[in-house]
Unconditional design. Structure first.
Lengths: 113, 115
């Protein structure tokens, strides 16, 4: 079956450390992958997009890698802050004509002060 | 500028009632998506519009679910004869164009509880 897996358990880290979240998928060949942040009671907010021919993308304290051979993306937040605490969702494009996204289950990140 | 808005934010329905959920996308956005999000899960695709045309409804769980976007802007998701398993957050998202690498802008969602 088609699956997108993210860290199933919450990730707890200390302020200032680097948080690393994983996204693994099977049976897809996505043209690109996106990462979203979701706070309780709110809709997801777009963070980063990485294309299949890109290995790494950075935006401020965020870094995303995309390994199409391993079928894996890693999402890093450096110098983490308590305000980074949220659920992070990876999403794959499986139909480039429509931008239809398939989401993972999300990883809850808690940054302790 | 205004983002995607959804109404109502919360809806409680008795089993068997019909409900209608509204989405106002960002002005000028061509694509509109509906997702269903169960507690502790990621959003699951329901249906997609390009302007007024519904191009993909493969994610609608049953024929009790119906979506429309008659003038290519506001969209309504209707659920007939609601069941308890319909309880979830229903998210609407819009994006500027289709077929290119576009982020989706999400509304806050409508939390539906079916008693």
């Amino acid at each position: 079956s088609q699956k997108i897996e993210q860290n199933s358990e919450a990730l707890n880290i200390q302020e200032g450390k680097t948080a690393t979240l994983t996204c693994n998928y099977t049976n897809y060949s996505p043209a690109y992958l996106q990462w979203y942040r979701q706070d309780p009671g709110r809709g997801p907010v777009f963070l980063l997009l990485i294309r299949e021919n890109e290995k790494e993308k950075r935006k401020e304290r965020l870094k995303v890698t995309f390994d199409t051979t391993l079928k894996q993306s890693l999402f890093h937040i450096t110098a983490s802050q308590p305000a980074d605490s949220a659920t992070y969702l990876c999403a794959l494009d499986i139909d480039g004509a429509t931008n239809k996204l398939i989401f993972g289950t999300g990883t809850l990140l808690a940054v302790q002060p | 500028g205004a983002g995607v808005s959804q109404s109502p934010r919360y809806k409680v329905a008795k089993r068997g009632q019909d409900v209608a959920l509204r989405c106002d996308p960002i002005s000028g956005h061509v694509s509109l998506f509906w997702y269903q999000q169960a507690l502790g899960q990621g959003p699951e695709f329901l249906t997609y519009f390009q302007n007024e045309a519904q191009l993909d409804k493969s994610g609608l769980p049953s024929d009790r679910f119906f979506a429309e976007r008659p003038e290519g802007s506001v969209s309504t998701l209707k659920i007939q004869r609601t069941q308890q398993e319909d309880s979830a957050v229903y998210l609407c998202a819009s994006s500027l164009v289709q077929g290119v690498y576009n982020e989706q802008f999400f509304g806050p969602g409508t939390r539906l509880t079916v008693l």
